[in-house]
Design a binder for this molecule. Structure first.
Ligand SMILES: [Zn+2]
Length: 141
């Protein structure tokens, strides 16, 4: 299976290694840090195209109050999902093209991708329980 490191390297390893704290072959950091990975638009595409796991993206901006309030909930979610999801966030102010490319009309917007395909999208901040439920629904729907 493939996963993209926060350094941008596409790592390939056997699925059994997923539970053994896989590290990046290039920068040697853990592939799972328990925190959302902040990405640029270029890295975002790389994750969507190469991740063997579902990719969850928070489209946000520093000037957006609800986005800032949602950040700790999103971090908490990243801690609880361990190595089952790829949890990303992209600053739409610093990466303005990404908002256009992904047709983001309001923020925060959450989008979930699996095998390069968008499985679901939700605008507006959620509580932790809602977020967990929403992700499960998108993956099973
Ligand atoms: Zn790396």
């Amino acid at each position: 299976m493939k996963l993209v490191c926060q350094c941008g390297t596409v790592n390939q390893f056997s699925i059994e290694k997923l539970d053994q704290t896989p590290k990046c072959g290039i920068c040697h950091q853990n592939l799972f840090t328990g925190e959302p990975i902040e990405v640029t638009s270029e890295r975002l595409i790389k994750h969507i195209e190469h991740s063997a796991l579902p990719v969850l993206i928070d489209f946000w901006a520093p000037w957006c109050g609800p986005c800032v309030n949602f950040a700790p909930i999103y971090s908490e979610f990243a801690k609880t999902t361990g190595n089952q999801l790829r949890i990303l966030k992209v600053n739409t102010e610093a990466n303005q093209q990404v908002g256009i490319d992904f047709n983001i009309r309001s923020i925060p917007t959450l989008a979930l991708f699996l095998n390069g395909e968008e499985k679901g999208r939700m605008s507006g901040a959620m509580k932790l329980g809602q977020l967990q439920q929403w992700v499960v629904q998108q993956l099973n729907g």
